[in-house]
Design a protein around this ligand. Structure first.
Ligand SMILES: [Zn+2]
Length: 254
């Protein structure tokens, strides 16, 4: 239970970046936001972390690289807390691509709705809890969003019929989505899984890495959307000792 007392020590963090690099990144994002026409957001990003009378003020916007990094760390802690308490966890990649570049918002709704329905299916009955995060990734042709989630699901000792679940998910997403069990052994560690599923560039790509048009669609499509997914109550008590089973696709860096 060590991680409960000192949660941050269980998460590997990247080394702190130089202040000038951070300032350059914030400025580049502010310019992108001005190009979109979001001048208020741009101003808040530009002045984020400026020293105030008592402490540095953060803008707390999802589009801000600095604040998104803090959010990512918070998500990682939340996912670690959940996934490390599962008795028999398994990591899956669950996809639900959008039908167009302007349809990200609708893809989020479809994903959430389909997941609620999947949880009621007989083939999913032995899954007692789940935790993970949604990730909107621009498709390679730039025409749609490859919306997907990395999820740890707790099987609680039961064998899952992954073919039946994959079939149910495909039907619930009108033939677009896929349910794939992850093969990457590195994701067996709850810490690795938490970092992998909560990475910042999922919803706040580095400045100058995406066209301004796509960025506008990304920010508009994720506005007000909850990215973390969790349901049910994990039961395990020996959290950090419990590895996560692996078996799908490993298309992201760790
Ligand atoms: Zn900020």
């Amino acid at each position: 239970m060590r991680h409960l007392l000192h949660p941050r020590r269980d998460i590997e963090t990247s080394p702190p970046r130089a202040p000038s690099f951070v300032a350059d990144e914030q400025e580049a994002r502010a310019i992108e936001l001005e190009t979109i026409g979001w001048t208020n957001k741009a101003h808040r990003v530009r002045t984020c972390a400026a020293p105030g009378p008592l402490h540095a003020c953060r803008c707390k916007q999802r589009v801000c690289p600095l604040c998104a990094l803090n959010t990512s760390e918070r998500y990682a802690q939340r996912l670690l807390h959940r996934s490390s308490r599962m008795t028999d966890p398994m990591v899956v990649l669950v996809t639900c691509p959008s039908t167009g570049i302007c349809r990200l918002d609708r893809a989020f709704s479809s994903f959430r709705r389909a997941l609620v329905l999947l949880r009621r299916r007989k083939c999913f009955r032995s899954v007692t809890s789940g935790a993970g995060a949604l990730e909107p990734r621009l498709s390679s042709d730039g025409m749609r969003w490859s919306l997907h989630a990395h999820l740890a699901v707790d099987r609680a000792g039961a064998e899952l019929d992954n073919d039946a679940i994959a079939d149910a998910w495909r039907k619930l997403t009108r033939g677009r989505g896929a349910w794939l069990v992850e093969q990457d052994d590195r994701l067996r560690s709850p810490q690795r899984f938490a970092l992998y599923a909560s990475k910042r560039d999922s919803w706040c790509p580095d400045p100058e890495t995406m066209s301004v048009g796509a960025l506008e669609q990304l920010f508009a499509g994720t506005k007000g959307r909850q990215l973390v997914i969790d349901w049910g109550q994990p039961h395990a008590q020996r959290a950090s000792e419990q590895p996560i089973a692996g078996a799908g696709i490993a298309s992201h860096r760790l």
